[in-house]
Design a protein around this ligand. Structure first.
Ligand SMILES: CC(C)(COP(=O)(O)OP(=O)(O)OC[C@H]1O[C@@H](n2cnc3c(N)ncnc32)[C@H](O)[C@@H]1OP(=O)(O)O)[C@@H](O)C(=O)NCCC(=O)NCCS
Length: 169
């Protein structure tokens, strides 16, 4: 398994969009099924990603197992805040103990290098795994929306959680 940071490389990321959509749509169909058709979702998601490709603040991190895309994480660093926009791991690699720590380790290392103090994220109300992980990382709900929960926490707490869980022996 290998991690690639393709931030700023739209020409490399663009061909990966179909594989990214396959992962997110398969994951989300279980957690919070869409009311639209797959084609509608594909079009709107792809359009949103094309807009994000022009966003200089967006970080694009990928994990491959051989040729196959195993997962990815997307985040933005704005001032001292890191916005965790997405972490998606393909079903066969979920719970393998490698993909998740690789992606989260990269995100937290970048946060540290950029002097990030605060992490923010969002979880759909139906996504209990996401809520569990965010809480374990030390993030707390600061706002509720009709469909989800907005989280905020200290990067230091998340780094301590990561260190204890994956680094310390
Ligand atoms: C969420 C996701 C990225 C996690 O990756 P994963 O490989 O499945 O992660 P794991 O099940 O190995 O969990 C990683 C760690 O998070 C923690 N965790 C997982 N579920 C948890 C829960 N419900 N409550 C508390 N902690 C939890 C555990 O500490 C776990 O480590 P463990 O091996 O000691 O149990 C992956 O399941 C995924 O892509 N899901 C669909 C997309 C999604 O929901 N994305 C948003 C996530 S924030």
């Amino acid at each position: 398994m290998i991690l690639h940071d393709f931030t700023g490389r739209a020409e490399v990321i663009e061909p990966l969009l179909p594989a990214m959509f396959t992962i997110i749509s398969e994951n989300m169909s279980e957690i919070c099924p869409s009311e639209n058709t797959l084609e509608e979702d594909r079009l709107s998601w792809t359009q949103a990603m094309h807009e994000e490709l022009r966003n200089p603040e967006k970080h694009w991190i990928f994990i491959f197992s051989g040729e196959a895309l195993a997962g990815y994480t997307l985040y933005r660093i704005i001032g001292d805040t890191l916005h965790m926009d997405e972490i998606q791991i393909s079903k066969p690699f979920q719970g393998d103990g490698r993909a998740f720590p690789m992606l989260m380790g990269k995100l937290l290392a970048d946060a540290g290098a950029a002097g990030v103090e605060t992490l923010v994220s969002y979880a759909n109300r139906q996504n209990l795994t996401s809520q569990g992980i965010l809480a374990a990382m030390g993030l707390r709900v600061y706002e509720e929306t009709p469909r989800g929960l907005r989280y905020r926490g200290r990067a230091e707490d998340a780094q301590a959680w990561y260190y204890t869980k994956y680094v310390a022996i």
